[in-house]
Structure formats: structure tokens, C-alpha cells
Ligand binder design. Structure first.
Ligand SMILES: [Zn+2]
Length: 343
């Protein structure tokens, strides 16, 4: 099959290179390619040797090739017949071309790319994983065993066919899969779409996007975590941004913290966006729980690491002044067009 495709490609190139001159060479061309014992007929005869599942693909290509060979013949013949006046005058090359509409990147992609590029400068590489995940990689390995109350906060959609499968509630499943590979040190960011069983409103949706990050090596400390995230927000929001860490709880990190930045709308004096506090919560983070390391076959007495996770929708809402999260997924071109020149 591949050999046949290559043959067709070679013939195509041969035809493309042919210069159209003289009735004799036209006739020679006709016999060689289109004659009763010509190349096109021969290729058609090959059809019976092609496997059933490839037949459609091959037939299509062959048909295209046949049309191509015929159109070359017609064009050549037309030229010889001196019948060139019609085609020469009907094409006005000075006319402006049809406008090509230029699309724009989705605001979520813009924000995601910006976040990725900052972490890449710190040596993080991008890792990806499946959106349909099994229970182990989404919950159990992350120190969220069955019946753990924290699972309630991440209710999701289960696959009827196999109750062990679900739509991932965070991109932490990628971290688990990367840790399982056992290649250390590990320094990754994991962007992707995640799902939660939430009522759809202006502020929340049943799917959204996250970027999570993880760094595991010997002697990784909370100081590394703070400095990494501080660098990130400075690159993202400017050198004047202030940060604060608040103690928090996640089953998969210990200690855990939420990180706030000084409100970029009011500069910290208090507004409706920051609920008059002057602070905006942007991400959760912490030191990877020893149980999580053990679950993935990493020795917690030798290695330590930090992890963080942030939503992409919220910073995008803030950056572009969007007030309704549903706009991101409604596919309204009037909304999307507004990002043509956005970065
Ligand atoms: Zn504010």
C-alpha cells in the first residue's frame, strides 16, 4: 500500500514537471498516463491487491490522481488548440484576492500559554495526561482514599460503563503518572481541562482549566516553593505585587497553603472584586505529602517536593475584565473576536 502511494506521488511530481509543448508529446503523455494500458489503468488494477480497510483511502487518492492527470491533459490540449484566449482574459491578476479571515486564540489558551512560558523559564517542562481517569490516579494515590470526606469537595462525573472511571477533578493525575515513571528529579507543569459536578452559573462551571506544578528532588524546601511562586506572580502581575500565604488543608500536601496576591484592581485598598479585603486568592500549594510519594514508589525519606495548582479561568476573567465564566465555552464568535490582538 505504502509503495503504491509513493508511486502515485512520484507520478504526480513527474506530471507537475512536464512542460506542455507540441501535439506529439501530448499524445505520448496521453498514451503513457491515460491510455488503455497506461499508468492510471494499471494503478486501478492494483485495487484488488489492497486490503479492505485501505480500499477507500487508496480509491480516493487514485481518483484524485486520475483527475489530476486528466486536467493536465485538458489544459495542454486547450493550449495547443490555440483556444487560450478565453482562459487568458478571464483571469484578472490585478484583482484583490478573497479576504482570509484570521482567527484568534481563545482567552483561556492565551492565559494558559502565558502561565506555561513563565514556568518554562524556570526549567519546568509541560506534561499532559488523560481527562478520563481511574479512581486511583485521581483520588487514592493523592491520599484521598475511598470514603475520605475531602472527596465531597471534588464530586465529579462517573462513567456508567465502569464505575472506576471518572472525569478528572484536577490535573494532579498527571503528576501521579509522572511520579510513577520514577525519573527524578521531576520538574513539571500540567495544564489541562478538569471537571466537577457543579451547578453552572456566572462564577462556576462543570468544567474549567488548571495549571498544576510539581518539583521533586532531594532537599526541596518550602523556601523553594515560596520563591518559585513569588517569581511567577512578579512575572505575571508586575514587580510591585505583594503575596501572602494562608495555612490551608489539602489531603495531598503537608503543610498546605493558599496564596493570595494584592488586588490588581484596587491596588489593595479594597473593592468589590476582592470583597473589600485587598487580596485575591490565586492558588493552592504545599509540600507533597509523604504518603503521596510512597504511593508512587518514591522514597519520602530521601526526596521532598512541592506542588501547586491554579485555575486558569479566574486570572483570565481578571485580565480581560470578563464577568461571566460561561462566555468562555459558549463559542460566540462576537466574544471570541475581541481577542484577535490580545496577548
Ligand atoms: Zn480589590
Amino acid at each position: 500500500m505504502d509503495q503504491l502511494l509513493q508511486q502515485i506521488e512520484n507520478y504526480k511530481q513527474e506530471i507537475a514537471k512536464l512542460t506542455t509543448n507540441g501535439a506529439e508529446s501530448l499524445e505520448a503523455y496521453r498514451i503513457k498516463f491515460l491510455g488503455t494500458k497506461g499508468i492510471v489503468k494499471n494503478l486501478m488494477a492494483e485495487m484488488k491487491n489492497v486490503t479492505a480497510e485501505k480500499k477507500k483511502e487508496f480509491g480516493q487518492l487514485l481518483n484524485e490522481f486520475k483527475q489530476y492527470a486528466e486536467s493536465k491533459y485538458e489544459a495542454w490540449k486547450e493550449q495547443l488548440d490555440g483556444n487560450t484566449t478565453a482562459s487568458a482574459t478571464s483571469i484578472d491578476t490585478s484583482l484583490p484576492g478573497d479576504p482570509i479571515s484570521i482567527g484568534s486564540r481563545h482567552p483561556i489558551s492565551l492565559m494558559k500559554n502565558q502561565i506555561i512560558s513563565i514556568y518554562q523559564r524556570l526549567g519546568f517542562s509541560v506534561a499532559e495526561g488523560p481527562e478520563i481517569e481511574d479512581d486511583f490516579h485521581n483520588f487514592t494515590a493523592l491520599n484521598l482514599p475511598e470514603h475520605h470526606p475531602a472527596r465531597d469537595m471534588q464530586d465529579t462525573f462517573y462513567i456508567q460503563q465502569n464505575p472506576d472511571w471518572l472525569l478528572r477533578t484536577h490535573t494532579s493525575n498527571i503528576q501521579i503518572r509522572e511520579m510513577e515513571k520514577g525519573k527524578l528529579p521531576l520538574r513539571i507543569i500540567c495544564p489541562g481541562r478538569v471537571y466537577r459536578n457543579e451547578t453552572i452559573s456566572a462564577r462556576s462551571h462543570c468544567f474549567f482549566h488548571q495549571v498544576e506544578g510539581m518539583y521533586i528532588d532531594e532537599n526541596v524546601s518550602f523556601a523553594d516553593l515560596k520563591q518559585t511562586l513569588y517569581y511567577f506572580v512578579q512575572e505575571m502581575y508586575g514587580k510591585d505585587v505583594k503575596v501572602r500565604f494562608r495555612p490551608s488543608y489539602f489531603p495531598f500536601t503537608e503543610p498546605s497553603a493558599e496564596m493570595d496576591i494584592s488586588c490588581q484592581i484596587c491596588g489593595g485598598s479594597g473593592c468589590s472584586i476582592c470583597k473589600r479585603t485587598g487580596w485575591l486568592e490565586i492558588l493552592g500549594c504545599g509540600m507533597v505529602h509523604p504518603n503521596v510519594l510512597s504511593n508512587c514508589g518514591i522514597d519520602p525519606n530521601k526526596y521532598t517536593g512541592f506542588a501547586f495548582g491554579m485555575g486558569i479561568e479566574r486570572p483570565a476573567l481578571l485580565k480581560y475584565g470578563i464577568t461571566d465564566i460561561r462566555l468562555f465555552s459558549e463559542n460566540d464568535v462576537r466574544f471570541l473576536r475581541q481577542f484577535t490582538s490580545a496577548t
